[in-house]
Design a protein around this ligand. Structure first.
Ligand code: ASN
Ligand code: ZN
Length: 326
């Protein structure tokens, strides 16, 4: 075991797993490694290595900085799943994945691939920052989790639920990590300035604030891009966690509506995350749609808290609030 110092762009100074002397290899988290593609777009490039065990300087001009952020994001996501949900690694087998940074030129995205069991980050372009923020890392790594558990097909309603799963646990990881530089929130990608005006990529309290995502389920929602059909499920998670109406959390103001105008009382984020995790890993299948997600989460709420519990009622009310079910 060896730990070095990362000077990240998004989370300040952090501790990174850096064994053996010295590479970005996290021996306490399944040997998760972080590679430098150096603008390439295939293979692994080179494993980050260096003589001083100090990684990056907090600026994107230093090539190690993105490596430090990605390595940290993978570590926090690993710790979240292990400590909050009792799952060791994406497959639950204690084995790490790997990360690749500096993918291509001016690439404004990040992605997970089942084929390499790895995640990859672009550097952004113009004023768009590197895609290595914590919530983006957790989002991508969670695609790995979904693909080895529910295997939600990445199109139609199941695709929207797949995307929402990544956004939901991205929020979970960000609240778990909760650094002063990047406190937990119900926004996705707020650090990378992908729109160039300081707004996040997605909002969970009222998804339509991004201009494209849907707030509520409707019969044709399976026809929109999965990053927009995720909206109702993200909204469900927010309603279940925090309840409807206006609320400020960690300094961010939210105002969450419901499709029927009826109020929803939240049960807290921790319970909402437990419910979604158990539904994902024990109820959902590749073809789960919104109606089936409602059924699955209600079954989980019944198992965890009982069918007459306030938690069960809140799950039902949150689904009703996004126009799913009775
Ligand atoms: N960053 C995107 C995502 O994880 C890449 C994609 O469209 N799959 O959703
Ligand atoms: Zn995604």
């Amino acid at each position: 075991v060896h730990n070095g110092t990362g000077n990240t762009q998004y989370n300040g100074q952090v501790t990174l797993g850096t064994a053996p002397s010295y590479t970005l290899t996290d021996t306490t988290r399944g040997n998760h490694k972080t590679y430098n593609l150096n603008r390439g777009s295939s293979g692994t490039g080179t494993l980050f290595s260096g003589p001083d065990d100090i990684w990056g300087d907090g600026t994107p001009q230093n090539a190690e900085t993105a490596g430090a952020d990605a390595h940290y994001g993978a570590a926090e996501t690993w710790d979240y799943y292990k400590n909050v949900h009792g799952r060791s690694g994406i497959r639950g087998d204690g084995v790490g994945a790997y990360s690749r940074v500096h993918y291509g030129n001016n690439y404004v995205n990040a992605f997970w691939q089942d084929s390499c069991f790895c995640m990859t980050y672009g550097d952004g372009s113009g004023n768009v920052k590197p895609l290595t923020s914590l919530d983006v890392a957790a989002h991508e790594m969670t695609h790995g989790l979904t693909s080895v558990t529910a295997k939600l097909v990445y199109s139609g309603e199941s695709g929207g639920l797949n995307e929402a799963t990544s956004d939901i646990f991205a929020a979970g990881v960000e609240f778990y990590s909760n650094t002063t530089q990047d406190p937990g929130d119900y926004l996705v990608g707020e650090k990378i300035d992908i729109n160039g005006n300081g707004t996040p990529l997605r909002y969970m309290d009222k998804p339509s604030k991004d201009g494209s995502s849907k707030d509520y389920w409707y019969s044709g929602i399976g026809n929109v891009d999965v990053h927009y059909s995720s909206g109702p499920a993200n909204h469900w998670f927010y309603l279940l966690s925090e309840g409807s109406g206006a609320k400020t959390v960690n300094g961010v103001s939210y105002d969450s509506p419901t499709s029927d105008g009826l109020p929803v009382t939240g049960i807290g984020r921790d319970k909402a995350l437990q419910i979604w995790f158990k539904a994902l890993t024990t109820k959902f299948t590749s073809t789960t749609n919104y109606a089936a997600a409602r059924t699955g989460t209600l079954a989980v709420a019944s198992e965890l808290y009982g069918a007459t519990s306030p938690e069960y009622a809140a799950v039902a009310h949150a689904w009703a609030g996004i126009n799913v079910g009775a």
